[in-house]
Design a protein around this ligand. Sequence first.
Ligand SMILES: N[C@@H](CCC(=O)N[C@@H](CS)C(=O)NCC(=O)O)C(=O)O
Length: 242
Amino acid sequence: MIKLYVVPGSNPSMSARLALEHKSLQYERVDLIPTIHMAFLRLAGFPARTVPALRIEGARVQGSLAVVRALEELRPEPPLFPADPEVRRRVEEAERWGEAVLQPIPRRLAWWAIRRERKALRSFAEGATLHVPIGLAVHAAGPIIRFEIRTHGATDDRVQADLRALPETLSRIDDCIEGGVIGGATPNAADFQIAPSVRLLMCSEQLRPRVAERPCGRLAARLLPDFPGHIGPVLPPAWLRG
Ligand SMILES: N[C@@H](CCC(=O)N[C@@H](CS)C(=O)NCC(=O)O)C(=O)O
């Protein structure tokens, strides 16, 4: 049995889920509480502390890029990468950018926002099985939120800089769609890496109107119609000007 360890609202966890579904692989999803998940994964024998983490035929695989490649090896059809080497190179380049540059942006934004609006945490847990009453988890989440903010460097300055660069970031994704690297009829590994991050941005009611009608917003909504999570208007309006 394949087991996928995730954290609710985690964008790379969603990348792994999309890849498993693309391959029509049966799997058990284990929802973990953020921060606690790090100790849990170590106890479960994983070498690192991040989700997504996958147990597959006795092996342990961690990191969204590695998970996708393990699934491709396990079940080559339908593929997650194009057969043409040049097209594949472009897909892998977009996927790497999605993982290294794009992925941390909505993660920082979400933790920054959750600190100001605790009920957002509850909204991300919708549909997850956490084995603790959600009201209690949210009530006791102060230390978790502070830890996650430190871990991911979700400072005011950083979030403001992310927002200033957002038009450029979204344009880069729209260019990938325009160039046919992502957004095709059959999604590839770069679609699955990038779409969850765009969709997580769209959980912010202030950012959603800036994203939803763009090609990247439409792609994210198509691939992830049911992504949970709602962040209210916590961003200072001055950060959104420009
Ligand atoms: N870029 C990696 C990182 C994944 C990552 O940072 N996951 C977060 C949850 S969204 C996590 O587990 N954070 C704990 C930590 O950074 O120690 C990937 O794509 O798998």
